[in-house]
Design a protein around this ligand. Structure first.
Ligand code: AMP
Ligand code: MG
Length: 488
C-alpha cells in the first residue's frame, strides 16, 4: 500500500523542539510548474506514490503542501550557524530549504522531507531562497549516486521546475528539489546555540538527537560524550568512503556536516577523474581548503567545532580525548576500504608503502582513479597487464609496482573470487562532472530524459551495464574546462 504524497501521515519530530529552533515559513508559489525528475524506486521504498496529475508538480514545487503540513508544525525553516571556510558566521539557517513533512516509511524508518529552493525564509540573508535547475540536477543525481555506491547520503525524491527566472551570473530557470534524510540536523545547529550562549537549547537538541537517532547513547555514563563519539566514528567513516571512491565534497563548512554522518548539501562537488591528490573541485575555493587530500583533516577540524559547542555538556578533556580517536578511526576505515579495493583479505602494515607508491605513480600520470581500480580488478584474473600499464607513463616503474602487488597477492585465494570481490568494491560508474553537464544542458532545452538514464545507470554502479558502457569512458577533452562554483 502506498500513499499519495499529498496524504502522508505526518509525525512531527523536529518541530516539537522549542520554537527557538525554527520559524514557520510558507513556500513562495511559482508559476507553471512541471515535473523534471521522479525517483520511482525511492518512492516505492518510502511507500509514496506519485499521483500522475497536474497537481503533482504543484506539490513538488511548493504551491501545495501535503495534508497536515500546516502551522504550528510545518512548514518550517530552522536556524543554524557554522564555520564557512574556517570563519565563524553567527547565523546561517535554512535560507532556501523548508521542512514540509516528517513521516515513517513502511520499514519504520523516520524521514524529514524538505523542499529546497521553495522561496525565501527568515534565514535567506541576501539570497533569493531559490535554487536553479542546474544545481538541483547535480544534487539529485549525486545524492542518489552516493547512496547506491554505499556511501551515507541524504536521498533525492524529485525535481520540479518553473519557467520563473532566477538570477545568478546569468538568468537561469528555477527548480525545487525534494530531499529526505532521517534528520537534516547539522553541526551548525549546535554551534548556533553555543555562540548565542544558550546551553539549555544545546542540551535540548542533544537530548533530541540522542532520543531519535543515537538511542544507544542514552544509557552511557555521559550520553552527550557517547553521542560525540558516535558522530566522530560516523564522520571518519564517511570521509574514508569519500576518499576511496574519489569524491570531493567541495564545501565542507560545518553547516554542511550532518550529525548523522551523511553526505549533505551537494554543491560544487566532484569525483576525481585523473588522480590528483590536491584536486580542488570547487572553483570558489581559492586556497584549496577543501581539496581532496584535505578532506580527512577538515573532518576533524569540523568535529572540533561540534565538540566546542558541547562544552556546556561535557568536560573539555573528555571532548579532546574523544577527538583524539578520529585519526585512527579514519585510518582504520580507509585501510579497510583500500584492502577491499586491492583484493586483500587482511591489511598488513607494509601495505601502506604499496599504496603510497601506487598513489605516487598515479599522481605523476594523473591516472584515471575509477578506470584504474576497475582495470586492476579484472587484471587479477586475466593477468593481462597491457590495459593497466597503458594507464601510466612511467611503465617500467608501474611494472615494478605490479610485480610487488602480484607477490603480495600470493595468498592462495582463488583469482576469480578475488576479482569478483574487487569488482564489488571498485565501481565502474561514477557521476563524472561532464556526465552531469550533459544531462543539465539537455534539461535546459526541455529534455529531461538524460537525467533519468544517468540515474538508472548510477543505481547499479558496480554492475556491468553494456547499454551504458559510454558512461564509463574517460572524460572528453571539454570536461577539463568545466568549472563548478558555489553559485547554485
Ligand atoms: P551553502 O553554501 O549552500 O551550504 O549555503 C550556505 C548558506 O547560504 C545556507 O544558510 C543556505 O541556506 C544559504 N543560501 C544559499 N543559497 C541561497 C539562496 N539562493 N537563497 C537563500 N539562502 C541561500
Ligand atoms: Mg549548506
Amino acid at each position: 500500500m502506498s500513499t499519495p504524497l499529498a496524504q502522508l501521515a505526518l509525525k512531527p519530530r523536529f518541530s516539537t523542539l522549542n520554537e527557538r529552533f525554527w520559524d514557520i515559513t510558507l513556500p513562495t508559489p511559482m508559476p507553471a510548474p512541471h515535473v523534471v525528475a521522479l525517483n520511482h524506486s525511492l518512492a516505492e521504498q518510502l511507500g509514496i506514490h506519485f499521483a500522475q496529475d497536474e497537481q503533482l508538480a504543484d506539490y513538488l514545487i511548493g504551491n501545495q503542501l501535503p495534508q497536515g503540513s500546516t502551522p504550528p508544525f510545518y512548514p518550517i525553516a530552522s536556524v543554524y550557524s557554522g564555520h564557512q571556510f574556517g570563519v565563524n558566521v553567527p547565523q546561517l539557517g535554512d535560507g532556501r530549504a523548508l521542512l514540509i513533512a516528517e513521516f515513517s516509511d513502511p520499514a519504520g524508518q523516520h524521514w524529514e522531507m524538505q523542499l529546497k529552493g521553495a522561496g525565501p525564509t527568515p534565514y535567506s540573508r541576501r539570497g533569493d531562497g531559490r535554487a536553479v535547475l542546474r544545481s538541483t540536477i547535480r544534487e539529485y543525481l549525486a545524492s542518489e549516486a552516493l547512496h547506491h555506491l554505499g556511501i551515507p547520503s541524504n536521498r533525492a525524491l524529485a525535481i520540479a521546475g518553473s519557467p520563473q527566472k532566477v538570477w545568478r551570473e546569468t538568468p537561469e530557470t528555477a527548480a525545487v528539489l525534494t530531499r529526505l534524510a532521517p534528520t537534516f540536523v547539522r553541526f551548525g545547529h549546535f554551534e548556533y546555540f553555543f555562540y548565542q550562549g544558550e546551553p539549555e537549547r544545546i542540551k535540548e537538541l542533544a537530548d533530541w538527537v540522542i532520543a531519535h537517532h543515537y538511542p544507544d547513547c542514552a544509557s552511557a555514563e555521559n550520553p552527550y560524550l557517547a553521542m560525540l563519539d558516535a558522530v566522530i566514528a560516523r564522520t571518519a567513516k564517511l570521509i574514508a568512503h569519500w576518499q576511496a571512491v574519489g569524491f570531493c565534497h567541495g564545501v565542507m563548512n560545518t553547516d554542511n556536516m550532518s550529525i548523522l554522518g551523511l553526505t549533505i548539501d551537494y554543491g560544487p562537488y566532484g569525483f576525481l577523474d585523473g588522480f590528483d591528490a590536491a584536486h580542488i573541485c570547487n572553483h570558489s575555493d581559492d586556497s584549496g581548503r577543501y581539496a581532496y587530500n584535505q578532506q580527512p583533516q577538515i573532518g576533524l577540524w569540523n568535529l572540533h567545532c561540534l565538540a566546542q559547542a558541547l562544552l556546556p555538556l561535557v568536560d573539555k578533556d573528555e571532548l579532546l580525548a574523544a577527538l583524539a580517536q578520529y585519526q585512527s578511526l579514519f585510518e582504520a576505515a580507509f585501510s579497510e576500504l583500500l584492502h577491499a579495493k586491492l583484493g586483500f583479505t587482511e591489511w598488513l602494515e607494509d601495505d601502506w608503502t604499496l599504496v603510497t607508491d601506487l598513489f605516487e605513480l598515479m599522481q605523476a600520470t594523473h591516472t584515471d582513479w575509477t578506470i584504474f581500480w576497475r582495470t586492476l580488478s579484472h587484471w587479477t584474473v586475466t593477468q593481462n597487464s597491457a590495459a593497466l600499464r597503458d594507464l601510466f607513463l612511467a611503465r617500467d616503474d608501474f611494472d615494478h609496482w605490479l610485480a610487488r602487488y602480484s607477490q603480495r597477492l600470493d595468498d592462495g585465494i582463488d583469482a576469480a573470487a578475488r576479482s569478483a570481490a574487487m569488482l564489488a568494491a571498485n565501481p565502474k560508474y561514477i557521476l563524472r562532472n561532464y556526465l552531469a553537464e550533459i544531462a543539465i544542458a539537455q534539461a535546459q532545452e526541455g529534455d529531461f530524459s538524460e537525467i533519468e538514464r544517468l540515474q538508472r545507470c548510477l543505481m547499479r554502479p558496480f554492475d556491468e551495464q553494456p547499454e551504458f558502457e559510454h558512461y564509463a569512458a574517460l572524460p572528453p577533452d571539454w570536461a577539463n574546462g568545466i568549472e563548478v562554483s558555489c553559485s547554485s
